[in-house]
Design a protein around this ligand. Structure first.
Ligand SMILES: Cc1ncc(COP(=O)(O)O)c(C=O)c1O
Length: 397
């Protein structure tokens, strides 16, 4: 049965903070016939993706693993490989995503120590250091740290986490979740001394959802090999293989991997520092718009410190009287701008504008104007010149 949907003229602008828009070159790369597993192009494609990820995270010697999964899949892989049931990890509070990772870790039978989260603010570095100092027996196996919490739109200072671990003299491994920042904000696994980096395909990497990504250093590999908890699909040692069938614990997802190779090419051709600068500039335009909107008295930034506002996503708080789903529907259906709602404690209390991945000034200005128009439709006071401030911001660069 065919379901007829009305045609959307032009393009709907996708400003959820993942999935993000997929460039044409990536779409084209994915529209190839599947290959037999012995075709050398399969190995070449996987090798190119591994090399691209090593470059992106600056970890020339790390093992890179790809999973047919989303971010939750690689979260699970990290848990399964770094802590046996009953063992402890520290998950610093960053909001919704640290809490979801903690819940998943506990569901898998591991124990979690959390540090408190102050809504609208980054991780509590002093609490991280103190928790590690208090762990005299070194029971904590690893610190699972979220770089950008996509719900709060706060980017955490992972170098400060590193310093807290070192200051406490604690041997815990450092695992960085860069799902929302990879390909958007600077990240350097070697300089950070992170042992594991985890990401996913559908945000800054400009691909459809479906590939979970891990970069693992020697120390974390050794820890994984040393602990005996049963695991199979998520097992890193099993994935450390020459055969592509083993690397994926089964058939590689060719089409997605070809898309990923094309996306990594686009990022590296543009140049990582240019990609980061573009994200910062476009985020600045969105933040300029919110500065304007907040003068109306109804909307505000959720992230309280301008210095830690994410370059990937901006979370904007709304009055209780504004039905966020209706606002999103108006933005999407009438103005062709897809935005996201609030998550966890911010459900019904915020909306989010994604500005990550394949974005340019025209998309961003269109998105800001479309959101402002939807706010006006819903009678929200938008203050002075949100959209104008955004374009002045870009014009002044
Ligand atoms: C920072 C962060 N970590 C993990 C996840 C989970 O990823 P997924 O939704 O692909 O399972 C997300 C999802 O948005 C995220 O933003």
């Amino acid at each position: 049965m065919t379901i007829h949907r009305p045609r959307v003229p032009g393009r709907r602008l996708l400003h959820s903070p993942g999935p993000s828009p997929v460039p044409d070159a990536v779409l084209q790369a994915m529209s190839q016939q599947p290959m037999d597993l012995a075709d050398p192009r399969v190995d070449a494609n996987i090798a190119a993706c591994e090399a691209g990820i090593r470059t992106l995270v600056n970890a020339p010697k790390a093992d890179v693993f790809f999973f047919i999964s989303n971010g939750h899949g690689v979260w699970e892989s990290v848990v399964e490989n770094l802590a046996a049931p009953g063992q402890v990890v520290l998950i610093p509070g960053t909001g919704h995503f640290s809490e979801q990772w903690a819940i998943q870790t506990e569901a898998l039978g591991r124990r979690v120590v959390r540090t408190p989260w102050n809504p609208g603010w980054p991780m509590d570095m002093a609490a991280i250091e103190q928790t590690l100092r208090d762990d005299k027996a070194h029971e904590i196996q690893a610190v699972f740290a979220v770089h950008t919490d996509t719900a709060s739109s706060v980017t955490n200072d992972l170098m400060a986490v590193r310093r807290a671990i070192d200051a406490a003299g604690h041997p815990a491994l450092l695992v960085a979740d860069v799902v929302a920042s990879l390909g958007c904000a600077p990240y350097d696994m070697e300089a950070l001394g992170a042992d594991v980096t985890l990401g996913a395909s559908q945000k800054g990497l400009m691909c459809p959802p479906g590939i979970g990504i891990l970069a693992v250093n020697e120390r974390a590999m050794a820890a994984a090999e040393a602990h005996p908890a049963p695991r199979f699909y998520w097992d890193w040692t099993r994935r450390r293989a020459d055969l592509n069938y083993r690397k994926f614990c089964g058939t590689p997802p060719h089409s997605l991997m070809q898309g990923l190779e094309a996306a990594l090419d686009l990022i590296l051709q543009e140049g990582l520092s240019n990609v980061h600068r573009r994200h910062a500039e476009l985020a600045g335009a969105v933040q300029a718009a919110v500065e304007g909107w907040r003068t109306g008295g109804a909307l505000d930034f959720f992230c309280q410190d301008p210095a830690v506002r994410s370059v990937s996503v901006t979370t904007i708080t709304i009055p209780d009287s504004l039905p966020v789903d209706a606002l999103r529907a108006t933005a999407r259906e009438r103005f062709q701008v897809s935005i996201a709602g609030g998550l966890g404690p911010l459900t019904g209390k915020a909306f989010r504008i994604g500005h990550l991945g394949d974005q340019n000034a025209a998309n961003i200005l269109g998105a800001i104007a479309g959101v402002e128009a939807a706010l006006v439709v819903h009678g929200v006071p938008v203050g002075e010149g949100g959209t104008r401030r955004a374009l002045m911001h870009l014009a002044a660069l």
